[in-house]
Write a protein that binds this ligand. Structure first.
Ligand code: NAD
Ligand code: WQD
Length: 337
């Protein structure tokens, strides 16, 4: 059985679907601080089975121990964490405490139960801003611009250290680029609370009429159209990479890092136009100032994941936008009603 922490969230629900469809039994632990339990009913509608669920905070060692006592856990995917970059600047203590305590407690409880295999949600945000593109796994890390990024950077250091101390451990650090899109069923997808921080959910709320217009954060970057370029990856591709990583962890010892992206860069305006095409709706925008901490261009080197993990992203921008739009238009209020 695979334990999925944060399994009720955006990427976690998609990973549950792919794991279950690949034949794994899944148990989810989530405190629902940024998700709804209903998302797991939707997973059940897709897969025919609801994952076992415990409403537990990963930082609660006693409660997490009880989950491990009750379930025969062979490996863990650790998604649980707070992820809003701007909020992390306002509430650094909450971010350091939640994200790092979750790492510590999970590792302690895994150790107590002899569980050796872990896949961790890291982020392209751990890369330093002064690298050449594409970023590869040995590009420089650090110089994070916000507490959220530091929690991922520190998480990586903790997991690397544990693998040095215990050669029987197997930890895969996946550095995600920009996950977008939704399951093709339209039943699960990203459900941000309040004003979306990220581009795609914002664009999709403009298209459905919830927000008047998008603000493009700067059009004077050194990129083809002047707007920021990122490596957007379909969340179902990303979820599939987790199934590969679980298998990889079962067969290799030590700590290994993989970028999970497509290797392609798209600009903010590319995304706006692709979304307009997929939805048939206008996405009005105004150009505003640059957002602090943003880089002009970020995209992944994907060779290592292809060669060693066997991962290649399948879905293009058109499909990412079509699936996002299906989710948004079928669920204008997310999982609420
Ligand atoms: P999400 O907020 O939808 O999912 C995270 C889940 O973790 C939520 O369901 C939340 O309720 C839960 N959670 C948070 N703290 C918890 C705790 N202490 N105990 C139990 N549950 C807790 O976010 P997501 O987009 O699905 O991201 C999943 C992971 O991937 C996160 O660690 C995030 O930092 C990382 N990541 C996300 C992105 C992205 O752009 N979405 C990019 C890189 C990395
Ligand atoms: C994408 C592009 C913006 C919103 C963030 C985190 C990163 C990772 C993924 C977790 C940029 C532009 C955005 C808007 C805009 N998360 N934009 N108007 O910043 O690449 O990465 O999410 O690990 O850590 O930093 O993603 O979606 O916020 O921005 O013009 O309203 O869209 O400037 O060029 P980002 P994003």
């Amino acid at each position: 059985m695979i334990l999925v922490t944060g399994g009720a969230g955006f990427i976690g629900t998609h990973a549950c679907v792919e794991l279950m469809q690949a034949g794994y039994e899944v148990v989810v632990v989530d405190n629902l601080v940024n998700s709804h339990e209903k998302s797991l009913d939707r997973v059940a509608m897709i897969t025919g089975k609801r994952p076992l669920f415990f409403k537990v905070d990963v930082c609660d060692e006693k409660a997490l121990n009880q989950v491990f006592d009750q379930c025969d856990i062979e490996g863990v995917i650790h998604f649980a964490g707070l992820k809003a970059v701007g909020e992390s600047v306002q509430k650094p203590l909450e971010y350091y405490q939640n994200n790092l305590d979750a790492d510590f407690v999970l590792c302690k409880v895994m150790k107590a139960h002899g569980v050796k295999n872990l896949v961790f949600s890291s982020s392209a945000t751990v890369y330093s801003g002064d690298n050449e593109m594409p970023l590869n796994e040995s590009s420089k890390t650090g110089n994070c611009t916000n507490p959220y990024g530091w929690t991922k950077y520190m998480g990586e250091q903790i997991f690397k250290g544990l693998c040095v101390a215990d050669p029987e451990l197997s930890i895969v650090l996946l550095r995600y680029f920009n996950p977008v899109g939704a399951h093709e069923s339209g039943l699960i997808g990203e459900d941000p609370q309040g004003i979306p921080n990220n581009l795609m959910p914002y664009v999709s709320q403009v298209a459905i009429g919830k927000r008047d217009h998008l603000t493009v954060f700067g059009d004077d970057y050194d990129t083809p159209d002047g707007t920021g370029v990122r490596d957007y990856i379909h969340v179902v591709d990303l979820a599939k990479a987790h199934v590969l990583a679980v298998r990889y962890a079962a067969e290799h010892k030590g700590c290994e890092i993989f970028n999970i992206g497509t290797g392609n860069g798209s600009s903010v305006l590319d995304m706006v136009h692709a979304f307009e095409k997929a939805s048939g709706k206008k996405v009005p925008y105004v150009v505003g100032p640059r957002r602090a901490g943003d880089l002009a261009t970020v995209y992944a080197g994907t060779e290592k994941a292809r060669k060693e993990l066997g991962f290649v992203a399948q879905y293009d921008l058109e499909r990412m936008c079509a699936d996002s739009w299906r989710w948004q238009s079928m669920n204008p209020n997310g999982f609420e009603n």
